[in-house]
Design a binder for this molecule. Structure first.
Ligand SMILES: Cc1cc2nc3c(=O)[nH]c(=O)nc-3n(C[C@H](O)[C@H](O)[C@H](O)COP(=O)(O)OP(=O)(O)OC[C@H]3O[C@@H](n4cnc5c(N)ncnc54)[C@H](O)[C@@H]3O)c2cc1C
Length: 292
């Protein structure tokens, strides 16, 4: 999973020219690795429960706390990090920062061992009196929560084309396997019960693709897409998990073997209903925005 797509939109939208020159452009050129650091041991779905604190001190902020499940955490050159900057209640007490990982007091406490997405590193991070230069504040102090919620929209949106491609690839691989696999004297692909499942998944994938284009058109018209992106993320996660579960079944015992690409795709797909906001969180947003 690429942390860059999750960590840089806020710099583009709210960051100063200095931050764009120093971090955004090198990240886009592939010269710097970025990570988004929001989740904490006691704050995942409930982002506002986060405890990391950046206290203003002269021309810097002193950061203490920890983050977990951070993609690219072991190799990032900088983090886009959300921390508390005041004790005020509500949502206007958080700020977003660019935190270079070469600052004193930063440590990778643990590289995590995962079920899937094993080609990408995920880590626990620790901050002990890390002095962040004040110029690394992204946008306005106290508005970081709102800025991060907007940044999540980008991360959630890209799950849609990702799921579409994942579903199409899984179907293509499975069809190829079923053409060659002879069971009861015939290739498995001749079984209507299996072929019809592909039809269902392909129809839903096409609906997902068209919904993706619909959101793109809404974005181009500068409309608010929060509800539609939450719907798209939810649909994507459900579709890719359902499809991969069905495909691995069609592989029989072979699908359970780690050497099979379908096995890896199945494991990787498990993240889609949790990472970037769980399905239940998407449902909360949708129902709230529908006034239910
Ligand atoms: C591989 C991986 C990579 C990640 N990368 C990053 C990263 O780069 N940066 C980052 O900041 N975070 C990252 N995360 C964290 C991810 O965003 C969180 O795991 C996710 O938001 C869920 O938070 P949580 O794990 O604390 O689950 P919790 O908040 O403890 O929730 C657990 C479960 O409870 C249910 N639940 C939650 N809220 C509700 C509700 N309102 N109603 C009903 N049920 C509910 C859901 O099923 C949810 O999965 C990553 C996670 C993983 C696994």
């Amino acid at each position: 999973m690429n942390g860059r797509k999750k960590a840089t939109p806020a710099i583009y939208e709210f960051g100063s020219e200095y931050l764009k020159e120093t971090y955004l452009k090198p990240a886009i050129r592939g010269e710097m690795v970025a990570a988004i650091a929001v989740t904490e041991p006691d704050a995942g779905s409930d982002v506002a429960a986060l405890k990391s604190y950046a206290k203003k001190d002269g021309d810097s902020y002193v950061l203490n706390g920890s983050k977990t499940y951070i993609t690219n955490g072991t190799q990032a050159d900088f983090l886009t990090l959300l921390a508390r900057t005041s004790d005020d209640p509500g949502y206007h007490c958080f700020s977003l920062f660019v935190v270079p990982t070469n600052l004193k007091g930063f440590a990778v406490s643990r590289k995590l061992d995962k079920l899937g997405m094993r080609s990408s590193d995920t880590a626990e991070l620790f901050f002990d009196n890390v002095r962040i230069p004040a110029e690394n504040l992204i946008g306005v102090e106290g508005e970081g929560f709102i800025q991060q919620m907007q940044q999540f929209q980008h991360e959630r949106f890209v799950t849609m084309p990702g799921a579409y491609v994942g579903v199409r690839n899984a179907i293509a691989d499975t069809v190829e396997y079923l053409k060659k696999r002879i069971v009861f004297g015939k290739p498995l692909i001749t079984k209507q019960a299996l072929r019809h499942q592909f039809a269902d998944w392909l129809a839903e994938a096409e609906a997902l693709r068209q919904f993706t284009y619909h959101i793109v058109r809404m974005k181009m018209a500068r409309m608010d897409v929060s509800k539609e992106v939450s719907m798209g993320k939810l649909i994507s996660a459900k579709l890719i998990q359902k499809t991969l579960d069905g495909c691995i079944q069609m592989f029989g015992g072979a699908g359970f073997m780690n050497e099979m690409p379908i096995s890896r795709a199945f494991r990787d797909s498990r993240l889609s209903s949790v990472g970037g906001g769980a399905n239940e969180v998407m449902r909360e947003i949708i129902t709230k925005m529908e006034g239910i």
